[in-house]
Design a protein around this ligand. Structure first.
Ligand code: IPE
Ligand code: IPE
Ligand code: MG
Length: 258
């Protein structure tokens, strides 16, 4: 598939409201952030367990990643577990951790086939040992993939990330490596989990919530937001196209006059 063309085979069951000719690959985001919300409500509506909802959420992420690879998107940051999600019932947290540890291995064929490199955002070192080990294996096995980098946010909080960055900079100051008045935006950025990754161009949040829930606070400064009522397990490749069509129509001014 030459660069700049859309794989119409993969998107062959186009709903009527989507005109693929209106999509301009040259205007696609380099980095999409996604808050995958609504697994619990999806499960409740079907009278199945929340865990089943999260499992359905993994399937949705598989499709999302595959579709992003087909479209040539270079970075996807996906919010899988926030620092605030520890406050959920112990059983749900445990089920999620078990799922994270198991899924990395299960998804390996798909990640390798699609050229997806794994990277994590958040305090991974505070996760259960088996989860850490599974993540480390995932990073190692996918290290040479180049099509798309999946930044999976697990035990991630935007405020915590900024606070850690401040601590590291303060340490440099106390060691005399840096003067307080020399601290620039670049110094702060280089201490974030997203150092060297371009800021997200587009943020997608599913399930109708209109908030960012402590996701990428620094990085979302000039990101375009796309909120949809669709619950994450129901989100398809075509919903991604809808988000891209909406994104393409925006005029990004970055404070200027456009
Ligand atoms: C998002 O779905 C997944 C995680 C936060 C782990 P939720 O579990 O928040 O689903 P709802 O919001 O209860 O529907
Ligand atoms: C945000 O969803 C976190 C993830 C999707 C991992 P939540 O469901 O935790 O957010 P709130 O509590 O509705 O803000
Ligand atoms: Mg939720």
């Amino acid at each position: 598939m030459p660069k700049g063309t859309i794989d119409t085979g993969y998107f062959s069951e186009l709903p009527e409201d989507i005109n693929i000719a209106n999509l301009n690959p040259e205007l696609f985001p380099k980095h999409i952030a996604v808050i995958m919300d609504g697994n619990g409500r999806w499960a409740k509506a079907r009278d199945v367990s929340r865990t089943q909802g999260h499992k359905a959420g993994v399937k949705s992420l598989q499709e999302f990643i595959t579709a992003c690879v087909k479209l040539g998107i270079a970075h996807v940051s996906a919010y899988a577990f926030s620092t605030e999600n520890w406050s959920r019932p112990k059983l749900e947290v445990k089920a999620l951790m078990t799922m994270f540890a198991a899924e990395i291995e299960k998804q390996m064929p798909l990640l390798m086939e699609n050229g997806v490199r794994l990277h994590f955002l958040g305090a991974i070192d505070k996760l259960p040992e088996n989860v850490q080990e599974s993540f480390a294996r995932g990073i190692e096995q996918t290290a040479h993939n180049t099509k798309l980098t999946l930044h999976l946010a697990v035990n991630y909080g935007g405020r915590q990330e900024i606070s850690h960055a401040v601590t590291r900079l303060a340490r440099k100051v106390s060691l005399g490596e840096l003067k307080p008045e020399e601290i620039t935006l670049e110094h702060i950025e280089s201490e974030l989990d997203t150092a060297d990754i371009p800021d997200p161009d587009l943020l997608i949040r599913t399930s109708g919530e209109m908030r960012i829930s402590n996701f990428l606070l620094w990085q979302l400064a000039y990101t375009e937001f796309y909120m949809t009522d669709v619950l994450w397990p129901d989100f398809t490749r075509y919903d991604l196209l809808r988000a891209l069509l909406s994104y393409q129509k925006r005029e990004r001014r970055f404070g200027g006059l456009g």
